[in-house]
Design a protein around this ligand. Structure first.
Ligand SMILES: Cc1cc2nc3c(=O)[nH]c(=O)nc-3n(C[C@H](O)[C@H](O)[C@H](O)COP(=O)(O)OP(=O)(O)OC[C@H]3O[C@@H](n4cnc5c(N)ncnc54)[C@H](O)[C@@H]3O)c2cc1C
Length: 365
């Protein structure tokens, strides 16, 4: 039986919610996670790449499936550029389930198949629904980790986050491949296309501004060209997709007794679509902030907001600006795409200055 009153109610059990719950529960708080899905992490809506800083955590979850050496980017002219951007391909379902198990081991309760349906922010009550009907959970603090279409935000009357739509096929890979591949061109307005290898399979996907029907056509064309090139088979093993927030951070990350984390906070990188690492980090901060605030540190929620803006604000703001400049330009050559894509040194240069590539990243051109 789930409790009717908790210190912290976490909505959503993706990487942000599970990390928040683990951090709060390990500090002695009573924590309930409500997750809409019947099984955490399923179905996977992800290309499953994590950068090296997340390697330790990924390895501890037994989710690692393949190392990645770097990224190949195909520019509109057809030229390919390699950049050392190492990381790991993971099994996202295994990863998310391991993070959820870690939260439960720390003392959190997890209620799957349970949807947040309504909020009474004034009396700190959340109405959740599962197979057995609706019930009210009274919380002292709520952590909104419910993804890009955050129900918490909607129920608080906050505007939705602008996002890019994606569509992805998982297909058999003809030969193992060490890198992630990305295509940039006007064929993918507002976004890009990708092939991310995972052992004997690859995720082939597109993210763009357009209708679902247009997206299917664009993805089918990419898939066909890869089949013709002999890189992948024509069989589609799995289809998925989802939204990627592209507007940067929400105007407010702490609203009354609610903290936003992960995609619900707008933390996914608007240019690359990467959001797992930021979801884990923001979830941990949110759990720590909850514990500090409930222990009497009255400014802990403002400190959470300040910390997230400090850590992520500048890079997200740059990404939003670069993306907007690219797609508002009347003409897009290789040079424009290089300025707007995070695997090129131009991306890190201020438009008015010339800087070297960030330390530790070697670029070839
Ligand atoms: C196609 C695609 C490919 C991607 N590829 C990558 C990649 O390769 N690398 C990377 O770093 N990032 C990638 N991302 C982004 C990444 O998946 C997200 O940034 C990450 O999942 C964010 O984690 P989160 O915990 O904030 O949200 P989510 O993982 O979305 O978790 C939110 C959870 O909340 C639950 N929920 C929602 N509403 C409710 C409700 N009302 N009540 C209860 N539960 C609710 C959902 O079921 C879900 O489990 C990709 C995204 C997409 C769409």
């Amino acid at each position: 039986m789930n409790p009717a009153a908790v210190d912290v109610l976490v909505v959503g059990c993706g990487p942000a919610g599970a990390s928040a719950a683990a951090a709060a529960a390990s500090r002695g708080l009573s924590v309930l996670i409500v997750e809409r899905r019947r099984q955490v992490g399923q179905p996977v809506q992800c290309a499953e790449f994590v950068p090296l800083p997340l390697a330790g955590l990924a390895q501890s979850t037994q989710a690692v499936r393949q190392p990645i050496r770097g990224m190949n980017t195909c520019l509109p002219s057809g030229s390919w550029v390699y950049a050392d951007l190492p990381g790991l391909m993971i099994d996202r379902a295994v990863f998310d389930q391991a993070l959820a198990a870690r939260a439960v081991a720390a003392g959190a309760q997890l209620s799957t198949g349970t949807v947040l349906a309504a909020l009474d922010a004034a009396s700190h009550g959340a109405i959740v629904e599962d197979g057995g009907g609706a019930r009210t959970i009274v919380y002292r603090l709520l952590i909104a980790a419910d993804g890009p279409h955050s129900a918490v935000a909607r129920l608080l009357g906050l505007p939705p986050l602008a996002s890019l739509l994606t569509r992805q096929y998982t297909v058999p890979l003809s030969a193992s491949w060490p890198d992630t591949d990305v295509w940039l061109s006007d064929a993918y307005p507002g976004g890009y296309a990708w092939l991310f290898p995972r052992g004997r399979r690859a995720h082939v996907g597109v993210g763009l501004t357009g209708s679902a029907r247009q997206m299917k056509g664009v993805l089918d064309a990419l898939h066909d060209s890869l089949v013709k090139a002999g890189r992948v088979a024509s069989t589609v093993l799995r289809r998925t997709g989802g939204a990627i927030p592209v507007a940067g951070l929400r105007p407010r990350l702490a609203v009354g007794r609610v903290l936003f984390a992960g995609d619900a906070a707008g933390l996914t990188h608007p240019v690359t679509g990467a959001g797992i690492a930021a979801a884990v980090a923001s979830g941990e901060y949110a759990g720590q902030a909850a514990a500090a605030w409930l222990a009497g540190r009255s400014r802990a929620l403002e400190a959470y907001e300040a910390e997230l803006r400090d850590v992520f604000g500048a890079s997200l703001a740059r990404a939003v600006a670069r993306r907007q400049a690219l797609w508002q330009a009347t003409r897009r050559t290789d040079a424009e795409f290089r300025r707007a894509w995070a695997a090129f040194p131009e991306y890190f240069q201020a438009p008015w200055a010339s800087h070297a590539a960030p330390q530790g990243v070697a670029f070839a051109s």
